[in-house]
Design a protein around this ligand. Structure first.
Ligand code: AMP
Ligand code: GLY
Length: 426
């Protein structure tokens, strides 16, 4: 089969790497890809929001199946377009992807399905939001409705901060149309866990748990980022909790979406917080997580292409997902200064020494080829993933490997996976 993967980050490198291990996959194309992906796939310079351009790739390269990495093309309706032209594609249609692209919609669906989540109020205008906030106690969480590249969530401690946040989102339109409505919700505290499930619209299979590290600094300090590392599975997330999320979150949501004529096919990602009252949903994404995917897929034994085909074909119940008994850790190497300003174009060395390892894989997040060199081309540059029998072993291997990769202004968190160790008391 000829496969097209859409996206250019570490998540897409991981998907391409996994698909390259499938017997049924003959050729992989990636749009637009990166220097790491280019070692496994033919990269094509088509942007992820250029839906017509991507359709043209599907035609020209006789693509049998397409897998979509990021949220933007899903929210623009790439699945609808490809399906209209009879190109099989893995991912939800636009109206189903609204579970991610509209926080207002996601909260309303959670309300309908009695999914455990923070108490909330939807506010369509600034004054309504302000008067609602006056009746609440702090801290509160204010969320822009639409996609805002992970920046549309603001935690406010007092009335003044709330007014500033609402003004930025709703008056100054810092996130454009994404801020036309907001969700104001109760602040929850607890550990965050990501649990993803795959659905063909009816059947559901949940994947293994993982935990992201969103803040730039050790100990979860500093600014939010796209994710500075992840590990999987999460030792303190029990099978019982996983079952609870399957029954109280994934099943009711998938059933509701089918009833509403918004059949959800693809990956449903639940961002969870483990509160004293049990797991609650903070957000949904309609796709694989980044960097969670880099920590999850190396443990997947089942052929990813078979899973994608069963999802598209509506027979996911025929597939049994199996996983290696291992812990996996992904440490993101970023450019110093990220998520603010940073330099790029730095030459990266040390990648070749890791190529023969069967317990370490370096997934490229934003790199380019410049003559004979591989150079950094963004804030998050590489994800060094390692696996081992124990979480401690995987942490040690990932950090040893991370030290051998060199580029100017390299930065990484030193505590990826530590919460997994401390919560089990290992
Ligand atoms: P979201 O995009 O909704 O997942 O929000 C991004 C991040 O903001 C989450 O990963 C949490 O760290 C934080 N967050 C969102 N909602 C809440 C909440 N209700 N209480 C506490 N923190 C939250
Ligand atoms: N790791 C968070 C996300 O993929 O949205």
């Amino acid at each position: 089969m000829n496969i097209l993967v859409i996206g250019s980050g570490g998540r897409e490198h991981t998907i391409v790497w996994k698909l390259a291990q499938s017997k049924s996959v003959k050729r992989i194309y990636c749009a637009p890809g990166n220097a790491g992906i280019a070692e496994l796939a033919e990269c094509l310079p088509v942007k992820t929001d250029d839906l017509e351009g991507l359709l043209e790739v599907a035609r020209a390269k006789k693509i049998d199946c397409t897998l979509v990495g990021p949220e933007l093309p899903l929210s623009l309706g790439i699945v609808d377009l490809f399906e209209q032209h009879h190109y099989p594609i893995f991912g939800p249609q636009r109206r189903a992807a609204e579970l991610e692209s509209s926080k207002v919609f996601a909260k309303q669906v959670m309300g309908e399905c009695d999914v455990p989540t923070a108490h909330f109020q939807v506010c369509e205008d600034y004054f309504k939001a302000l008067s609602y906030i006056k009746s609440q106690s702090f801290p509160l969480v204010i969320k822009a409705d639409g996609l805002a590249a992970g920046k549309g969530v603001i935690i406010v401690e007092n009335q003044k901060e709330a007014e500033d946040a609402l003004s930025q989102i709703m008056k100054e339109k810092r996130f454009g149309e994404a801020g036309r409505s907001v969700v104001v919700e109760e602040f929850l505290s607890g550990e965050e866990v990501s649990l993803l499930a795959i659905s063909d619209g009816q059947h559901i299979q949940s994947l293994i748990s993982s935990q992201d590290h969103k803040k730039i600094g050790d100990g979860d300090r500093g600014l939010n980022t796209g994710g500075m590392g992840a590990y999987s599975p999460v030792p303190f997330f029990s099978e019982e909790q996983q079952g609870f999320v399957l029954n109280r979150v994934f099943r009711p949501i998938i059933n509701y979406m089918e009833k509403e004529d918004r059949v959800f096919k693809g990956v449903l990602y639940a961002g969870l917080i483990l509160t004293s009252e049990g797991p609650k949903v903070l957000e949904f994404n309609a796709r694989f997580g980044d960097p969670e995917t880099q920590a999850m897929l190396p443990a997947l034994k089942t052929d990813l292409m078979e899973i994608a085909e069963a999802t598209i074909g509506g027979h996911l119940n025929k597939i049994k997902l199996s996983w290696h008994e291992q812990s996996t850790v992904c440490v993101v190497l970023s450019s110093q200064g990220y998520p603010g300003t940073y330099r790029q174009g730095e030459v990266i060395t040390g990648l070749d020494n890791l190529k023969d390892r069967d317990d370490v894989m370096v997934f490229h997040a934003s790199t380019e080829k410049a003559e004979k060199n591989i150079i950094s081309a963004g804030g998050r540059v590489l994800g060094v993933t390692a696996w081992s029998d124990s979480l401690q072993g995987a942490i040690d291997k990932a950090y040893q490997a991370a030290q051998t990769i060199k580029f100017a202004n390299k930065y990484y968190r030193k505590d990826i996976g530590q919460k997994g160790l401390s919560f089990t008391g290992i």
